[in-house]
Structure formats: C-alpha cells, structure tokens
Design a protein around this ligand. Structure first.
Ligand code: FAD
Length: 553
C-alpha cells in the first residue's frame, strides 16, 4: 500500500482544541527536545514488517484513521517518561505506550483512542542492561527485540550456553510481547510466566508533585535488589506484576526475563495426519504426553491449508474462486508439497542429549502411530527452504521471519486472530474447530487453525488473512471474529488476547458475577490513573472520564 494523505487531518484527541493541543505539543518539545516529539499530521505510511509505522495499525480492521496517534514522543530515560506523564496529566491528553509496536494482528502500534500521543519507548530506551550467564537471566529496556537479545548472546560467545525463547517473528520486543502475554515455542514459551521483575512508571502525579516509579519483586528492596531481582519474581507481599500485563495501569521501563540453558542437543520432528476427524483422538493423545513433559515445547498442530499458505504464494496461485478454498483443491496442491496431502501437521521438538531424546521420541512415535494414516516425515528429505526448518530454528531459540510469508495469502495482506483458550481435550478442539469453520463459511473466508499446546491448556490460533484495502472483506473478517468470540464464550472458551477493536467485546465475555472482574479493574484504574490519561480502553478498561460515554465498540 502506498502512502495515503490523512483525510481527516491532524487527529487531535477529543476534549481539547487544536490550538491548545498544538501549544501542549510545543511545551513537550521544550521539555524533551524538538527532535523527540513528532506530529502525525500528513499521511499514513504503512511500510512493512521491518519498517513498520508507529502511529497506526499497518493491518487495519476498521477505517485506517480510527485508531491513530496525533503525535509520537521518544523518551530516552525513565525521567523523560515521568515528564511525559506529568505533561499528559496537566493537559489531559491520552498517552499510548508501545515498546516496538509490532503487535500485528492485535492492533500493531495503534492507540485505542484516536489522537492519543504514542510513547515509543523502544526507539531510545533499548539497552540490554544485564545478561547473567550464571543465573540464566537478563534485564532489558522496552526496545530490546528478540533478535537484539539473541545477537548479543552470540556476540558475547554465549550461544552454546544460553537460549532465548522467541515468538514466530523475532522483530517484536521482549517487553511488549511479554506484557501482552505472547508466546514462543521452546519450553520457556509462556513469556509472562518466565519474566522476573518489572520497573513501572505510574500514570498519575503524587501529592509531592512527583510521578511514582516502583520495582516489583526483589527489586523493591531498599538497595534496589539487583542481585536477586531476576532470580525470584515474588519478593514479599502481594504479587503486583499481574496488573501491568494486558492492562493500562502503568508504563514498564525495565523487565527481567529468565533464559533457557542449552539442553545439550535438540531434534525437531514432524508428523502428518490424514483426516480432519483425527483432531479429537490426536488431542487426547497429546494431553498426557504434554502434561508429563514428554512433548516438551509449545508445539503446533496446524491445519494442512496453513502449510500451503506459509509457502508465501498468493491464494490465487491455487484457487481464484470465491468462498473458502474447496478441500479437493487444497488436497491437490498439498500432494505436490513435501508434506503431502494431509489434514493436520504436528511440529515438535525433543530436547537433551541423543540417548534421552531417543527414549522420548520412541514414546511419542508409538502414541502418534495409533492414529491410522499417521506419517513421520524424515527431516533429511526436506529441502533447506522447507517451513519445517523455520520451526526448527524457533523451537531452539533462534529468531526468524519465515512465518510472515502466510500474510501474502491475500494482496495487501493483513490478519487478525481468533485465539480462544481451552483444555487440551478432543471434544473441545472439535467444538472450536466446528464453530470457527461455520463462521468462516458464512463470511466466505478460508479457515486456517493452529492449536498451540501449552502445559494444561491450548491456545487455538486462527488467523484470518484479509485484504486491508478491501472494505467488504475487512467487514466480513470482523463479523466472523465477533461471532466466533460470542460462540466460543457461550461454550466457556475465552480469548487469551485480542485486537484493539475487539477488546470491549472480549472483556465483556469475562462477566461472571455481574462483571465483578471489570468492576475490580475499574477501581484499580481510577485509583492509579484518576485523570484517565494512560491507554484508555485498552483491554476494555475505560477510565472514569471515558466510561459509558459511547467509546466502547
Ligand atoms: P508492542 O507492540 O510494543 O507491545 C504490545 C502492547 O503492549 C502495546 O500495544 C501496549 O499496549 C503494551 N505495551 C508495550 N510496551 C509497553 C510498556 N513498556 N509499558 C506498558 N505497556 C506496554 N505473537 C506471539 O506472541 N507469538 C507468536 O508466535 C506470534 N506470531 C506472529 C506471527 C505473525 C506472522 C505476525 C504478523 C504476528 C505474530 N505475533 C505473535 C504477534 C506480534 O507480532 C508479537 O506478539 C509481537 O512481539 C508484539 O509486538 P511488540 O513486541 O512490538 O509489542
């Protein structure tokens, strides 16, 4: 997509005149330096993954100018962040913090409230403050990407000793991904569970005219707790970290993360299964293997169509008809791939020295082979550019970009995810797949599910790939998503994470006991952010100044 001039002009936040806003921006420039504050008043430039915009979602679901920043500010220190918070409270201007802003599929770098000022923390606050090779921990600022952390480990000659865990794409930030409770694919794939220690700037100004900054866990010890901050997440007293993930209660300026020791060997494996109806019995086989850690990583069970789409070719190469691609066409093209015609592909990895792997792999093989038609694909038969090798890299902690290829499925490829969580049970997998298929068929969309199996639950991730310039297709994608969210909630499945546009709906499904959870969140929001300046509406949490005034979608 080319650069598009802004049709609605400078997106001034609601509640302030344009002249007052511009005067406030001048004040911020004086406080932080002119070069660190940029107005967003000319055009929408989308770039691509590596040169992504920080003002809006490069994969819009709604009108491109709906979720858009009025300006971007680049703090260089915690003190700068405090200055920005003070300024926003004084002028009642909404802020939206991002670490890198590659939250694609979930809103990218867009703010929820049009005209918010984006705090791009990652541009200047991007130091790796510590890598501790004895404790296998690190401490990072918001701008450290998975690539940067991996490269630093290699630069220090520690790659044979220490692994990181990376999501499918390595360009995101360790902090942003973890705060949004993102996942990776080694045994350390639950990023939030693996973090240890936060430093947080709160969004209000205290009676002493200071903006509070505090550290969680052992970091709260008077001396700063550096020696144990990353070794023990809890410290003493209530564990406060949780309220800063998927929320709008504070700005995280440092985060500790645990790192994985090199397990002394690793081996990827891949199985294919012939029939869609193999799903339920296979999930039943996976559950005990996963809970007992024979299946050791957050592996993926992917639908055959996704195996085709990740080849990176446009859908029209295979099929130009309307509606979901017919199964016989999918089969025909899969037959021409190394994976062969199949309904499901399981990508996993076994860790440890060869003799230990052999034992676990034999157990897995004997269980998987109980499904008639199951095939183990010999990696030696796969060329170097086969997707399998990308999964191999990711599951052994090396960042990669191959996954981006399925976005090419549609022209101007954008995507949005349906991502409900369920127990690892066959009937649950079947029910979720069936409801997703029905809603995709209604909207004429291809359904491409992937089950990512955690320790006692699975995230079903279904990415709807759509043409971002096709308003009708965007509408169908949104309708499909909204229907699936409601259908799933009626069965007791909730989304683990969602796009900005769907946050109110998803938050509304977590409504047990007369919305008791949201009432609690609102109380915290009002106490910590009485002026409601920080990321209003994120995760469905609206400050008092906005609540029930028509902002909810
Ligand atoms: P950011 O965009 O910087 O942050 C995410 C959100 O967290 C922000 O919008 C903001 O609300 C909040 N936030 C960020 N920093 C702060 C802060 N310092 N203080 C307070 N709040 C903050 N994701 C996965 O988890 N796993 C995957 O395997 C995966 N695969 C993907 C595959 C493809 C093809 C694509 C396109 C995306 C995928 N994603 C995946 C989604 C996304 O790209 C990653 O999660 C990415 O890491 C998130 O972007 P980020 O790290 O730049 O976070």
């Amino acid at each position: 997509q080319d650069d598009i001039p802004l049709e609605r002009g400078l997106p001034v936040p609601q509640g302030i005149s344009k002249s007052a806003f511009l005067a406030a921006i001048d004040e911020l420039r004086t406080l932080l330096g002119k070069e660190h504050v940029q107005l967003n008043d000319t055009q929408i430039s989308n770039g691509w993954y590596m040169e992504h915009p920080n003002t809006h979602d490069m994969m819009p679901l709604l009108d491109s100018e709906e979720f858009i920043a009025s300006a971007v500010v680049y703090p260089g220190s915690v003190d700068d962040v405090k200055i920005i918070v003070k300024w926003a409270n004084k002028n009642l201007i909404p802020l939206f913090p991002i670490s890198i802003g590659r939250n694609l599929g979930y809103g990218g770098s867009a703010p929820r409230v049009r005209g918010s000022v984006t705090i791009d923390l990652g541009r200047r606050m991007n130091r790796i403050l510590n890598i501790n090779a004895d404790d296998f921990t690190c401490l990072v600022e918001p701008g450290v990407t998975f690539y940067a952390l991996h490269e630093e480990i290699v630069r220090r000659g520690l790659e044979d000793k220490i692994w990181i865990d990376t999501p499918d794409l390595g360009g995101g930030s360790v902090v942003g991904n973890t705060l949004d409770r993102g996942v990776g694919y080694t045994p350390y794939g639950d990023h939030w569970a693996c973090h240890s220690g936060l430093e947080v700037v709160l969004p209000s100004v205290g009676d002493d005219n200071e903006v509070p900054v505090f550290r969680t866990g052992m970091g709260a010890l008077g001396v700063g707790g550096e020696n144990t901050w990353q070794c023990f997440p809890y410290g003493f007293g209530p564990f406060s970290d949780g309220i800063f993930s998927q929320s709008n209660f504070g700005i995280v300026t440092k985060m500790g993360m645990t790192l994985m020791p090199n397990p002394g060997g690793h081996e990827s494996f891949m199985y294919t299964f012939q029939n869609e109806s193999d799903l339920a019995p296979l999930i039943e086989i996976i559950r005990p293997l996963r809970i007992s850690n024979i299946l050791e990583n957050v592996a993926q069970l992917r639908h055959g169509l996704q195996t085709l789409s990740v080849k990176g070719q446009p859908r029209t190469k295979y099929y130009s008809g309307k509606g979901p691609m017919p199964p016989d066409i999918v089969s025909k093209h899969l037959r021409e791939t190394k994976t062969g015609d199949c309904a499901w592909v399981y990508y996993g990895m076994s860790y440890g020295p060869q003799h230990i792997r052999a034992h676990k792999l034999a157990l897995i093989d004997s269980e998987f082979q109980k499904i008639p038609g199951c095939k183990k694909i010999d990696p030696a038969t796969l060329p170097a550019d086969e997707y399998f090798w990308s999964r191999d890299k990711i599951a052994s902690g090396t960042p990669d970009m191959e996954e981006l290829k399925w976005v090419n499925w549609m022209p101007n490829g954008a995507h949005i995810a349906f991502s409900p969580v369920s127990p690892i049970r066959g009937p649950d997998a079947e029910r979720l797949f069936a409801l997703a298929r029905k809603r995709h068929e209604e909207q004429g969309l291809d359904v491409m599910p992937a089950f990512c199996v955690g320790l006692r639950e699975m995230h079903l991730i279904i990415e709807i790939v759509y043409d971002a310039t096709d308003a009708d297709m965007r509408k169908r994608a949104e309708r499909c998503l909204r229907d699936m969210i409601d259908d799933a909630a009626a069965f007791g499945y909730g989304e683990y994470r969602t796009h900005l546009a769907l946050m109110d709906q998803v938050a509304g499904t977590y409504n047990w006991n007369d919305n008791a959870l949201m009432k609690f969140n609102n109380k915290i929001k009002d106490a910590l952010d009485p002026n409601g300046i920080l990321a209003p509406g994120r995760c469905g949490i609206w400050p008092k100044r906005y609540r029930n005034r028509g902002w909810e979608l």
